[in-house]
Design a protein around this ligand. Structure first.
Ligand SMILES: C=C(O[C@@H]1C=C(C(=O)O)C=C[C@H]1O)C(=O)O
Length: 194
């Protein structure tokens, strides 16, 4: 059974992030609050040396809290996608996306077979895409994981999540910034080439 590398430590909280204690590292603040495509920003930061590693993708029961946010019945199945986003050969972001079956119909069926194409490339190419306010959390390394997995990673990491609305259907996307991600400046987007 796949084990998520990071799990939330508390409730997801909205802005202002500046009001939370403890504060995230200052360089991470603009990245946590960034409303554009993280894929585009990471591609820019890495000068294109960017790739997605799919850790796990399959139909499963989301966590109860995820069902609540997505307004899913507790026994609803969704396509759960967990990836690492690599920049310059380093794991910069762990992302967990929960894609309800009802959100993957019709023109959105292509989201079922993303493989190593970044989810953001599809979402941000959709003219009608909408994004909810961003929420924040501290995530901890999954205590059930073997120590050698994600070795060298901090015990705790900062994450964000939001709901994307594609054709009026919800997709929940959470991103956790890993210890190898040490940005020197704020996110700057690159136009995504499809
Ligand atoms: C939503 C985006 O897509 C990114 C790519 C993901 C994937 O390929 O699974 C997941 C989360 C994001 O970091 C984005 O680029 O902002």
């Amino acid at each position: 059974m796949h084990q998520s590398p990071y799990v939330p430590t508390g409730d997801w909280r909205g802005q202002p992030l500046e009001a939370t204690q403890p504060q995230p590292p200052a360089p991470l603040l603009p990245w946590l609050e960034y409303s554009g495509s993280l894929t585009a920003a990471l591609k820019h930061l890495s000068d294109g040396d960017f790739h997605v590693k799919v850790l796990n993708q399959g139909w499963q029961l989301p966590r109860a809290e995820e069902c609540h946010v997505l307004k899913l019945h507790e026994h609803s199945r969704a396509l759960v996608r967990e990836v690492l986003l690599y920049g310059r050969g380093q794991p910069w972001v762990y992302a967990r996306s929960v894609l309800p079956l009802r959100s993957l119909q019709g023109k959105s069926r292509n989201l079922r077979s993303l493989n190593d194409q970044p989810l953001g490339e599809l979402l941000f190419s959709e003219p009608g895409i909408r994004r909810s306010d961003i929420q924040f959390n501290r995530l901890q390394r999954n205590p059930r994981l073997q120590p050698e997995v994600l070795c060298g990673e901090h015990e705790n990491a900062w994450g964000r999540r939001s709901t994307f609305w594609l054709r009026d259907k919800p997709l929940l996307v959470a991103e956790t910034f890993l210890s190898a991600f040490q940005p020197e400046g704020p996110p700057t987007a690159t136009v995504i080439n499809n």
